[in-house]
Design a protein around this ligand. Structure first.
Ligand SMILES: *[C@@H]1O[C@H](CO)[C@@H](O)[C@H](O)[C@H]1NC(C)=O
Ligand SMILES: *[C@@H]1O[C@H](CO)[C@@H](O)[C@H](O)[C@H]1NC(C)=O
Ligand SMILES: *[C@@H]1O[C@H](CO)[C@@H](O)[C@H](O)[C@H]1NC(C)=O
Ligand SMILES: *[C@@H]1O[C@H](CO)[C@@H](O)[C@H](O)[C@H]1NC(C)=O
Ligand SMILES: *[C@@H]1O[C@H](CO)[C@@H](O)[C@H](O)[C@H]1NC(C)=O
Ligand SMILES: *[C@@H]1O[C@H](CO)[C@@H](O)[C@H](O)[C@H]1NC(C)=O
Ligand SMILES: *[C@@H]1O[C@H](CO)[C@@H](O)[C@H](O)[C@H]1NC(C)=O
Ligand SMILES: *[C@@H]1O[C@H](CO)[C@@H](O)[C@H](O)[C@H]1NC(C)=O
Ligand SMILES: *[C@@H]1O[C@H](CO)[C@@H](O)[C@H](O)[C@H]1NC(C)=O
Length: 297
């Protein structure tokens, strides 16, 4: 039902009432009869053509819902999933901070990122020691969410004066370069978020608090820098691309109607290349594949 409604909204489909039922089939017949395979290649829909070009960055193939701005038109991806490719590293901006994208797991719709401030080539060891170098990650939308079971929170407390509670708080002290071996101006790291009692108590002796997500397996471990650099997993929510992909289309987004689009060789479709996909590839290529299979087995 949704599909029918969406299809009537496609720019290239005239209102249904004005057309006989089998219009699509008729158009396809005319389309295929009037074009030789060679001609149809050059007349392939430009959206389909432009979104078919493979894009790689940092050894990863970038596909829908992600797209690399400056290399791909925004209509090849989903809104909010733009990446930049800087020094051959994919970078995503989340709550106005840059995060390096280490892995994209298309299968379970998640990605592993780490704060770019810690992983750019110029970052020094202990770069998280400087107050302000890390910011809170605030995910305002449900587009990206922290995966609860695989993520822990590391609270970093800056500018602490632990002289009153040195015995307890020294355990959380993070060694940072250049600091005096005194009891003030120090940085503490506590696994837990701002609601944990240990963190609440410690903030009384400190200046700024930053909550940094880390992978759950680092919880409790003293290697703060490694924990922060190894990053954490976010899951994402975007239109499901599988039906379009399986029908031979390229997923994308139409900013004009602000809706998912399936770009197909003939024209953009609502969800999948429906009849077109079957028409152009099924019977002949299936028999070709079964012939090849018979021949080589
Ligand atoms: C597709 O890409 C070509 C080359 O960059 C560009 O000239 C053309 O306008 C693009 N087509 C669309 C529909 O964006
Ligand atoms: C990226 O795609 C190319 C071909 O399109 C493939 O050969 C390569 O293995 C892919 N790389 C990864 C990391 O998946
Ligand atoms: C890319 O994403 C950033 C942050 O998510 C956003 O501010 C920016 O407008 C986006 N750019 C485009 C071209 O969509
Ligand atoms: C998705 O799969 C990858 C690799 O299998 C895994 O590391 C990651 O934690 C998974 N994501 C979620 C949200 O569970
Ligand atoms: C790293 O430093 C070099 C030279 O100091 C500079 O040209 C480059 O832009 C810096 N790169 C980053 C990612 O900050
Ligand atoms: C992402 O993770 C959050 C928290 O674990 C969960 O509530 C949400 O359903 C997940 N979303 C998807 C699309 O998997
Ligand atoms: C997280 O763990 C809880 C309890 O172990 C489980 O019930 C839940 O399904 C898990 N959530 C995800 C997204 O794996
Ligand atoms: C640290 O706190 C103690 C006790 O409140 C105080 O005497 C000392 O002056 C403070 N040090 C600094 C550098 O603020
Ligand atoms: C980070 O978030 C925590 C908890 O919401 C808050 O207490 C803290 O002030 C925030 N830190 C910064 C630097 O905004």
């Amino acid at each position: 039902m949704t599909r029918t409604r969406n299809r009537t909204r496609t720019a290239l489909t005239p209102p249904l009432s004005a057309l006989p039922i089998n219009t699509d089939l008729l158009l396809l017949l005319l389309f295929s009869l009037s074009l030789s395979p060679r001609e149809s290649l050059s007349l392939v829909d430009p959206y389909f053509g432009n979104c078919s070009l493979p894009v790689a960055c940092g050894g990863q193939n970038i596909t829908f819902p992600f797209y690399v701005r400056d290399r791909q038109p925004s209509y090849c991806g989903f809104p909010g999933f733009n990446l930049s490719c800087t020094d051959d590293r994919p970078v995503i901006t989340l709550s106005s901070d840059n995060y390096v994208v280490h892995d994209i797991f298309y299968k379970n719709q998640s990605l592993r990122v780490s704060n770019a401030a810690l992983s750019n080539d110029n970052s020094t060891a202990f770069s998280y020691c400087a107050p302000g170098s890390l910011k809170n990650l605030t995910l305002a939308t449900t587009l990206f969410q922290l995966s609860q079971n695989v993520t822990a929170t590391l609270s970093l407390l800056y500018d602490c004066n632990i002289s009153l509670r040195a015995d307890e708080l020294l355990n959380y002290r993070i060694s940072c370069p250049g600091e005096e071996q005194g009891e003030s101006g120090i940085v503490l790291g506590i696994y837990g978020d701002g609601k944990d009692q240990e963190v609440i108590d410690a903030t009384k002796e400190c200046g700024a608090l930053v909550e940094a997500p880390v992978a759950a397996e680092w919880k409790g471990r003293a290697e703060i820098e490694e924990a922060l650099r190894s990053g954490f997993v976010l899951n994402w929510t975007a239109s499901d691309c599988s039906a379009c992909k399986e029908s031979g289309g390229k997923c994308g987004f139409d900013y004009g109607i602000f809706h998912f689009r399936c770009y197909c060789p003939d024209r953009p479709h609502a969800w999948q290349c429906t009849q077109t996909g079957a028409f152009t590839s099924s019977p002949s290529s299936l028999s070709l594949y079964s012939k090849l299979h018979d021949e080589f087995s």
